[in-house]
Design a protein around this ligand. Sequence first.
Ligand SMILES: [Zn+2]
Length: 249
Amino acid sequence: MIGLLRSLQRAVAPKPLEPSRIQIGGDILDVVFRRHAQARRLVLRLSTSGTAVMVTVPKGVSRAKALEFTERSRSWIEQHVRSRGSSIHLRPGHAIPFRGLTHEIVHVDSRRGTVAADSERGVIHVPGDSAHVQRRLLDWLKASARADLARASDRYAKLMGVKFRRISIRDQRTRWGSCTAAGDLSYSWRLILTPDYVLDYVAAHEVAHLKHLDHSQRFWRLVLTHCPDAVRAKKWLKAHGHDVHRVVV
Ligand SMILES: [Zn+2]
């Protein structure tokens, strides 16, 4: 979440290890190796998106050894890929989370009207040509994400006494948001799928970076002062974050 620090780290980091691939059932997963000077042993986890295996490699351990370790962990990977569940498509009949609540996608056979969520009934109505449901819905989800995130960022910027330059909405697979030293904020559109307090926390987190470009105690104190839900939101992201990546676009 700290662009500047990341690029500094990249500048001094040793040459990256070449990635690999592993076949699990019918899926081919990327295997990404990351050198970590402080790591004591090889550690393996599934990426947030569930499409890659991330392997932490301690100093002095070769790529071949790391690959061997990945092969040995095959049943663990298989089990975790399975528990992540199947893909969700932006098509009628599928249900997606929207602001943390399940909504069924319903196509409305009408040329007029806009996409609208009826959260009490748990449906999102998408009018227009049935061939364009996916694109219209995605555009609407991104616009909703932008509106909610702009509102939350504005609010926290005022509370924390900082200013940002611009907001962009992206499909970041590995990060929920980021902040540059120049004051540009960027967020994943998928935050509109999470509960309000989670989106709110990510905005508080990124805006707080405008004051502290690190994850120091001062940084966390600032976040927690203005966003007491931060702890709950972090827990939610850890437990359910991969679920919103099941939505395929
Ligand atoms: Zn951060």
